[in-house]
Each structure stands twice: as structure tokens, then as C-alpha cells.
Design a binder for this molecule. Structure first.
Ligand code: SAJ
Length: 437
């Protein structure tokens, strides 16, 4: 008599046969591209999403993620290879589930795992032998084992025997055409060696290169090292700007010359502050966790302090520039060019432009902004409307916060009476009315 397959054997066979039914929980800039890759690899792919508008747009093949090709989405939706639903019970029919939900900070700057907990609680009622669950959301080491594992083993099933649980950090770089979900090496670590092997087997069907590591904690820490590395080096670049300013040295020239070193150096650049939902946030997940264990993450805390002080430094430079022209900040018309958190994105989360606007308004300036990708900006209790960049001509001072590629900087230089360039975008221009960090 044929021996009954173990849950691991059954799932491994279904993965290799591509009959495993896959799912992604959370269809944002990480989850939707991942869902598409599951389908492109030949799997049935179901997206579970809380936002009805997102579900509706996917069903209409109206892609809301620029990296997700609408015609491909249309083809996959028409062939029913990709489906989207609000209904979490769809998980009951799925074999391999990747969780791609947000991990923001609370107002207290502590980790907010509410979305991860909600996803684990949604999974639990539908757990059965032969399932694989992979958490992708960036979080502190221990989250998978301390939050997800108990929720799933509460069903009486055992990880590594009945079901398989891994962590695999998302490395999506929105808008990057060279590095995509499919070709970015994928790190993955399981709660047990069997979990790592089953999770790796699944992702090997989808990604070009899978990098297995020995545990979920290692995998969780890998992502935090990657982004903490960036945050701290940006902090160093910002402190270099402060030091060079004091010594009347052009920090941009220093960095560009240092970047000619063909080894052992990687350029980072000063700026108006640290924006986005990754770099300012991820390292604080790590410092919060290590603080619980009694270790003060001094590099992270210091870099956060330096990066966090850059908006105020920008405002000081504006104040100095106006003062040198016998003008006060109070009553001055100040025009901000670019409010998104970085070039060529429309996302304003944690954007330093918000801090700069708040500080300038607090000093009595009349602030306007232009940004081709951000037509309106939720600012405290108000919604600010973007004005045409031509309005910069009427400003007393222009502050270039985010240097989108589509802006005509030559026209800006000709038009504006005074410009503080925080991104060295005007490196090709030299004039008394152009100032730099
Ligand atoms: N920034 C600087 N100076 C720099 C680099 C960035 O001030 O030299 C500022 C940016 O203006 C922005 C913030 O830091 O406000 C973050 O910029 P970022 O280039 O790190 O971009 P993010 O936040 O989109 O980071 C994402 C991360 N991707 C993932 O977490 C999967 C990060 O790991 C990537 O390295 C980064 O994209 C990237 O390289 O584009």
C-alpha cells in the first residue's frame, strides 16, 4: 500500500508541480508585484487585500503600482491566474501564503505590528497541514517566532512538521527597472530547517536566486542591517555637510572626489533630512528591540538625531540667506520646490519638506510649494495645493528640497531671486543667488 505523503512531501510535490495555490496578503508596492510573479511562475495566485478600491482596480486590471505592467495584469486577471478578494476565508484554499503588510511606527516612535498581528489572526482559522506561510514585512528580529508562530501553533499544528513558517525580507525598490521582484536575490530563513527548505523550494520557482539562511531571526536582521547601513551613512554625509559648512568647504565636491576611489568607498549625500517609509523607520525597529535587551544602539540613535536635525539646519540657512539680504523670515514668501520624500516618487511619507514647511510657517513665513508629482499635500489639518513652479519668481527665497528629473532647473535659476539647493541639483550653475547645503 502506498504510504500517505507527509505534509512536507505533499506541499513540496505541489510546489514542484505548480499545483500549489498561492496567496499574498497585502497588495501594496511589495505584495502586488509578488502576486504577479507567483502567477508568471505558473501558480494560481490569490491576493487578499483590505482596501476595496485596490481589489476593484485589480479586478479591472487597472494597475495602481507603476512597476506592475497593466497589459500583463489584464492577461493574468482574464485567465483567472490572478484573483483579488477582500475575503480572508480564501486563505482556506491556499497552500503557500506570503504576508506583505505595513510595519509603520506608532506616534510614540515604537514598532506598530498591528497589521502583522491582524494577518496572523486571519491565517490561524484557515491553517491546515501542508501550508507554508512567509512573512515579508520588515520587522525586528524575533517577530516571526514571537508573534506569528504562536498564532499559527495555537491551532495545535506544529511548525516544521504540519506547516512551514519563514521570514523573507522584501527588497523591492519601486521604480527600479533593473532590479525587480524576480531578479533581486531573495533571502529566506525558516523557524526550522524543514521550513527553510520548503520556503526556499517555493521561492526557487519564482525568483532567480534564493539565499537560504539558518533562521527567521537572521533573515529579519539582514534587512535591518541593509537599511540601517543606509541610514547611518546618510547621517555621516549630513554631518560632513555641517562640518564642511563650518570650514567653508564644498561638501558636494568632497564627496564626488571621494567617490572616484574605486574600492572601499560608497557615496552617500547630504540632504534636507530622511524621508520615506523604510529608511527612517526600519532602524528604529532594531534600536527598539535591542533596547528591550538592554543594549543602546548608539549609532542608530546618533544618526537619527543628525538626520532629524537637517530640516532645522535648512531653515537656519534660509534665515541666514534672507538676513544677508536684510530680510526677515517673518513675512517672507518662501517657495518649496519638490515635497516628495525623494526624487521621482510621489510619496510624501516622512518627507523632510513637511518639517521645513512647519518650521518656516512657525517663523511667520508665507510658504507655497510646487511638485509635479504631488498636486496636493496633507499638511497637519490642512490640504496645501501645489502652485506652478513659475510662482518661484515672486518668492523672496526658493528652497529646492526634492530634485525631480522633470523640472526645468535652468528656468528656475533664471527666474528665482534666491535659491537654497539642498540636493546639489544646480551643481552646473554658479551665481551669487544660488546657495547650497
Ligand atoms: N537620502 C539622502 N542621501 C542619500 C540617500 C538617500 O539624503 O545619499 C534620503 C532620500 O532623499 C530619502 C531617504 O534618504 O529621503 C531614503 O532614501 P533611499 O534612497 O534610501 O530610498 P528608500 O527610502 O526608497 O529606500 C528603499 C529601500 N528599499 C528597501 O527597503 C527594499 C532601500 O533599501 C534601498 O536601498 C533604496 O530604496 C534604494 O536604493 O532606492
Amino acid at each position: 500500500m502506498l504510504e500517505r505523503e507527509t505534509p512536507r512531501q505533499e506541499l513540496s510535490r505541489k510546489i514542484q508541480e505548480k499545483t500549489a495555490r498561492t496567496a499574498v496578503v497585502g497588495l501594496g508596492y511589495v505584495g502586488l508585484p509578488l502576486l504577479i510573479e507567483f502567477a508568471r511562475a505558473g501558480f494560481q495566485a490569490t491576493g487578499i487585500e483590505k482596501d476595496p478600491e485596490k481589489v476593484d482596480r485589480i479586478r479591472r486590471a487597472d494597475s495602481y503600482i507603476p512597476d506592475v505592467d497593466a497589459p500583463l495584469l489584464a492577461e493574468l486577471v482574464a485567465s483567472k491566474r490572478v484573483q483579488a478578494t477582500l475575503d480572508e476565508s480564501a486563505l482556506a484554499d491556499c497552500d503557500a501564503v506570503s504576508i506583505c503588510v505595513p510595519t509603520p511606527l506608532r506616534k510614540t516612535r515604537d514598532p506598530d505590528l498591528s497589521f502583522v498581528v491582524a494577518a496572523a489572526e486571519a491565517m490561524a482559522p484557515h491553517m491546515r497541514p501542508g501550508m507554508l506561510v512567509i512573512l515579508e514585512s520588515t520587522t525586528y528580529p524575533g517577530t516571526t517566532e514571537e508573534v506569528i508562530l504562536p498564532a499559527l501553533e495555537g491551532t495545535g499544528l506544529r511548525a516544521g512538521k504540519d506547516f512551514f513558517l519563514c521570514f523573507s525580507p522584501e527588497r523591492v525598490d519601486p521604480g527600479n527597472a533593473s532590479f525587480t521582484t524576480r531578479n533581486i536575490p531573495k533571502v529566506i530563513g525558516g523557524v526550522t530547517p524543514a521550513c527553510t527548505e520548503v520556503g526556499s523550494l517555493f521561492y526557487q520557482q519564482v525568483m532567480e536566486r534564493v539565499v537560504p539562511v539558518s533562521s527567521t531571526r537572521v533573515a529579519e536582521m539582514v534587512k535591518l542591517l541593509e537599511n540601517t547601513f543606509r541610514m547611518i551613512n546618510i547621517g555621516l554625509a549630513n554631518e560632513m555637510a555641517l562640518m564642511c559648512n563650518q570650514m567653508n568647504i564644498n561638501v558636494w565636491e568632497v564627496i564626488d572626489a571621494a567617490a572616484t576611489k574605486p574600492f572601499g568607498f560608497m557615496p552617500f549625500y547630504p540632504g534636507p533630512g530622511l524621508g520615506g517609509h523604510c529608511i527612517p523607520v526600519d532602524p528604529l525597529y532594531l534600536s527598539w528591540k535591542t533596547k528591550q535587551a538592554g543594549h543602546q544602539a548608539r549609532f542608530i540613535d546618533l544618526a537619527a538625531e543628525i538626520n532629524g536635525a537637517m530640516p532645522r539646519y535648512v531653515v537656519q540657512k534660509v534665515q541666514q540667506a534672507l538676513n544677508d539680504r536684510s530680510m526677515a523670515v517673518k513675512g517672507s514668501r518662501i517657495h518649496i520646490v519638490g515635497v516628495a520624500y525623494k526624487r521621482d516618487v510621489s510619496d510624501v511619507r516622512e518627507s523632510p519638506a513637511l518639517d521645513v514647511i512647519g518650521l518656516l510657517e512657525g517663523m511667520g513665513a508665507v510658504v507655497s510649494y510646487s511638485d509635479p508629482l504631488v498636486p496636493r499635500l496633507q499638511f497637519e489639518s490642512r490640504v496645501l495645493e501645489a502652485v506652478p513652479i513659475e510662482d518661484a519668481a515672486a518668492a523672496d527665497c526658493v528652497v529646492l528640497i526634492t530634485d525631480h528629473s522633470s523640472v526645468d532647473y535652468k528656468a528656475l535659476v533664471d527666474r528665482a531671486p534666491l535659491i537654497l539647493d539642498t540636493r546639489n541639483r544646480l551643481r552646473d550653475y554658479s551665481a551669487p543667488h544660488i546657495l547650497r547645503l
